[in-house]
Design a protein around this ligand. Structure first.
Ligand SMILES: Cc1cc2nc3c(=O)[nH]c(=O)nc-3n(C[C@H](O)[C@H](O)[C@H](O)COP(=O)(O)O)c2cc1C
Length: 369
């Protein structure tokens, strides 16, 4: 039986369900061209905005590794050790919309069968900001973008009306989505912040605003660690830090928990999963919970900047998985997508031991007087 890696997600056909997420791997035309040449099914551009962007005076991203013997985590001990996570405080693209527009058109003409999603971001505090969303959306789709991803999730923003500050406010989530939907001629995805207590609420809000899909997770709010000798943060500018975002393997369990909350609440909606994916086993977590595509950042950054080997691991892994399960009649992602979504239940539904065996928190040892 032949296997089929292609998927249709929010009405868009992808040659495979693996995308590069909005981040350094998709920050330039040459990177995106290389990504498509390597075989990625789609890319989401680095987020495009209309405000001037000036990044911090120092490294924007570092990678935390665990010492294989001691387990100690550090960003500054070279490439030895096991990758734990990425930490970044990079802002959105520092290139203007005028820079991006012709490049989107050129890329799309060169790769008509690959999916190009434009990630966009503006504010929400004034009519001018709402117009920014409209301008960004219209320009990108006019240049041939197959879809739009709304960045409602950047964790390091000073502005109250942008990024994850929109993603934390259900009304703004709905409102901004609707503003874009009103002018969009292509599918609109909303990338939500994981920094809320019940992400299903914000998912419901963007769906109410008309979103075609929810994307999760952006990075998790976090700080670099202190160096025990210098007592300085391992990453800082003039001794100072501000909260940034954690990505990579460390966030995989946290991110699938967010996805499970949403796919359980909205089993018939579309979700694109991100967080800690480096091979098919990682991606499978998202697919079994109901995601129709997945996206990759950290692993690709560490693999020739655009992840050719990561993509190969994903596609060969998926092919082998389908071949192994051919006996069940599985030939494509739709045959196993969401298969384990209903295994996540309320804690009270988890079986307790039989009464006779259970001493329930009152074990004699430790409580005897
Ligand atoms: C250096 C860096 C820059 C990023 N920039 C953006 C961005 O501009 N827009 C966005 O939506 N997400 C951005 N992200 C988040 C990633 O797209 C992704 O959601 C996150 O890193 C989790 O995926 P991962 O575990 O594969 O890294 C960035 C991540 C990193 C590490």
């Amino acid at each position: 039986m032949s296997v089929d890696l292609s998927v249709t997600f929010t009405g868009i056909r992808f040659p495979n369900p693996f995308l590069l997420s909005s981040a350094p791997p998709t920050e330039s035309e040459s990177n995106i061209v290389r990504a498509f040449e390597a075989g990625w099914g789609g890319v989401v551009t680095k987020t495009i905005g209309l405000h001037p962007v000036v990044n911090v005076a120092g490294p924007k991203t570092k990678f935390l590794r665990a010492n294989a013997e001691t387990g100690t985590l550090s960003m500054n001990k070279g490439r030895a050790g096991v990758l734990h996570s990425s930490w970044n405080w990079e802002l959105i693209s520092d290139k203007t919309l005028d820079w991006w527009a012709p490049r989107l058109g050129r890329i799309k003409k060169q790769f008509p069968d690959r999916v190009l999603i434009a990630s966009i971001m503006a504010g929400s505090g004034s009519d001018k900001e709402l117009d920014h969303w409209r301008t960004l959306a219209k320009t990108c789709q006019d240049e041939g973008a197959d879809g739009l991803e709304l960045n409602l999730s950047c964790p390091h923003m000073d502005r109250e009306d942008m990024g994850s500050n929109i993603g934390k406010d259900k009304q703004l989530c709905s409102f901004v989505t609707k503003v874009v939907k009103d002018v969009a001629t292509v599918p609109v995805w909303a990338k939500l912040t994981p920094a809320t207590s019940d992400i299903a609420m914000e998912a419901g809000a963007v769906f109410a605003g008309g979103a075609d899909a929810v994307v999760s997770s952006n990075t998790f709010p976090s700080l670099p660690l202190f160096d025990a000798e210098s007592l300085e943060f391992e990453m800082n500018v003039d001794g100072l830090v501000s909260p940034g975002g954690l990505g990579g393997p460390a966030i995989l369990p946290q991110s699938i928990a967010k996805v499970a909350q949403m796919t359980h609440a909205f089993p018939d909606r579309s979700f694109s999963g991100i967080g800690g994916i480096a091979d098919f086993r990682d991606a499978l977590n998202y697919f079994l919970l109901g995601c129709g595509t997945v996206q990759v950042c950290t692993a690709a950054m560490l693999d020739h900047a655009i992840g050719p080997n990561v993509l190969k691991a994903l596609t060969t892994g998926m092919t082998a998985f389908l071949e192994k399960n051919a006996g069940r009649g599985w030939t494509s992602l739709e045959d196993f997508r969401g298969l384990r979504r209903d295994r996540v239940v309320a804690h009270s539904r988890i079986r307790r031991p039989e009464d006779s065996e259970y001493a329930g928190g009152h074990d004699a040892e430790g409580y005897s007087s």
